[in-house]
Ligand binder design. Structure first.
Ligand SMILES: [Zn+2]
Length: 119
């Protein structure tokens, strides 16, 4: 079992699957993130500007720093754009040799394998 996936609404944290309230009344984003870091919770992925990634209108979660998943634990082939932190999707699903990722926010193209080697 991975961490509980949550969504933020107003100043409250909700279970992303059941929609159940986990905790509300956070005074700031910092306080909210602090709470998340000290519990077994994970927030949706956001880009460098703080905008959440959205795949078909649903939030995306990053587990263990490498694995991207949907709310329903479906594994996703995504990568973080090195420029803007936006969501990168494979530009060609059918090409096996290349692992070219295209950022949906700024259009930047990068190789997911190279990014992994650098980090
Ligand atoms: Zn980008």
């Amino acid at each position: 079992m991975g961490p509980t996936k949550v969504v933020v609404e107003g100043n409250g944290l909700y279970d992303a699957v059941s929609g159940k309230l986990i905790k509300e009344g956070f005074a700031s984003r910092h306080e909210l993130e602090d709470y998340v870091n000290h519990h077994y919770l994970v927030l949706p992925v956001v880009d460098n500007a703080g905008r959440p990634w959205s795949l078909d209108g649903k939030p995306v979660y990053c587990l263990r720093g490498v694995q991207y998943e949907t709310v329903s634990d479906e594994r996703l082939h995504l990568a973080r754009c090195p420029d803007c932190g936006g969501m990168g999707i494979r530009s060609d699903e059918f090409t096996v040799e290349s692992d070219c990722i295209r950022c949906t926010a700024c259009g930047h193209e990068f190789d997911a394998r190279l990014e992994m080697m650098e980090t």
